[in-house]
Ligand binder design. Structure first.
Ligand SMILES: [Zn+2]
Ligand SMILES: [Zn+2]
Length: 331
């Protein structure tokens, strides 16, 4: 099968790899490029040692199944890239995102086929109504839903999303879909204009009064922003560190805001299966809204170009389409 292989920092090659052998196989129809994939490609990642295949936001059709799996060949499905154990103390405490006994789909999805262990099918494979690239957004939207749980949204709340990368854009679309007033602040005119074209209030940095907002999502990995918004958010507000900072990186917290203004600082990463299932429902219900975040669809063979577009901030989400190698660029 064709696979886009990450062979080292800044390197991707389209190669022929043996197709996976498994009791359950999904033919990948679309695989979204995630911020983590771009980060790995740009500067390496301790979890992904080259040569390896990246990509975990995917959907496709069942190519091969086993009796009793509940799926037949040809069924459209979306696959959760990992799932918590559901049994440990953290899972029981509702913190499945932090479970240390997760099961994972092995191997990435920037390729034509992904093998799923039979024991994982009941947990992590979900039927979808039809094949649609919107289903590549289930995993990132699940992470966003986890983020929303860490906010304190009240009937009078106004949300500020700092940074309109793909995740910031998904946050904004989610609040918009739920009728919660949201403003996005983003330095890139290209991204700002795209968000504004969806009918969402998008402004330049400096053009917002943070004190007008009681929930602020920081979707850019810059600690100065965390420091600044803790000082300037409305009383009793919550600042969510959604973008991760470097391990051990210190942030200077304004203690006055925490103590005298009851400002809270929270953070999270990843998703747990309840978020994934909820995200799937939302994508089914509001497919047209969330699909706006998909800027382009490109064949696997143009993976390098796709990563370059994302590195330069010229696209939100790009969906790689395995099996379209001979069709040239799709859009
Ligand atoms: Zn992702
Ligand atoms: Zn667990």
């Amino acid at each position: 099968m064709k696979a886009l292989v990450y062979t080292g920092i800044g390197q991707l090659e389209l190669r022929d790899l043996p197709a996976p052998e498994a009791e359950f196989i999904v033919r990948v129809l679309g695989s979204g490029i995630c911020g983590t994939d771009v980060k790995t490609y740009t500067k390496g990642h301790h979890l992904f040692t080259p040569p390896t295949v990246l990509g975990h936001e995917f959907y496709g059709r069942v190519e091969h199944s086993f009796p009793g799996s509940g799926f037949s060949a040809g069924d459209p499905v979306v696959v959760a890239p990992y799932a918590e154990c559901g049994k440990c103390a953290l899972c029981a405490a509702g913190a499945g995102t932090l479970c240390r006994h997760k099961s994972f789909v092995e191997g990435g999805a920037f390729c034509e086929y992904v093998g799923i262990p039979s024991s994982y099918v009941a947990t992590g494979v979900f039927a979808i109504p039809e094949a649609d690239d919107a289903f590549t957004l289930v995993e990132p939207l699940a992470c966003v839903l986890n983020g929303v749980e860490h906010l304190k949204i009240r009937p009078t709340s106004k949300v500020l999303v700092v940074g309109a990368g793909p995740m910031g854009a998904l946050f904004a679309l989610l609040f918009e879909a739920r009728g919660i007033p949201v403003t996005v602040v983003e330095p890139s005119a290209l991204r700002r204009d795209a968000v504004a074209s969806w009918g969402i209030d998008a402004r330049e940095p400096g053009a917002v009064q943070a004190g007008d907002y009681d929930n602020i999502v920081i979707a850019v990995n810059r600690k100065e922003l965390v420091e600044e918004y803790i000082k300037s958010i409305a009383d009793t507000g919550t600042v969510l560190m959604f973008a991760g900072l470097g391990k051990g990186e210190a942030v200077a917290i304004d203690s006055y805001s925490i103590h005298y203004r009851e400002v809270a600082l929270s953070g999270c990463s990843g998703y747990a299966m309840p978020h994934f299932r909820k995200a799937l429902e939302l994508i089914i219900e509001h497919r047209d809204i969330f699909s706006r975040v998909i800027s382009r669809r490109m064949p696997l063979g143009e993976g390098k170009e796709a990563f370059a577009l994302l590195q330069s901030g010229q696209a939100f989400k790009i969906v790689l389409k395995p099996g379209s190698e001979n069709e040239g660029s799709l859009r």
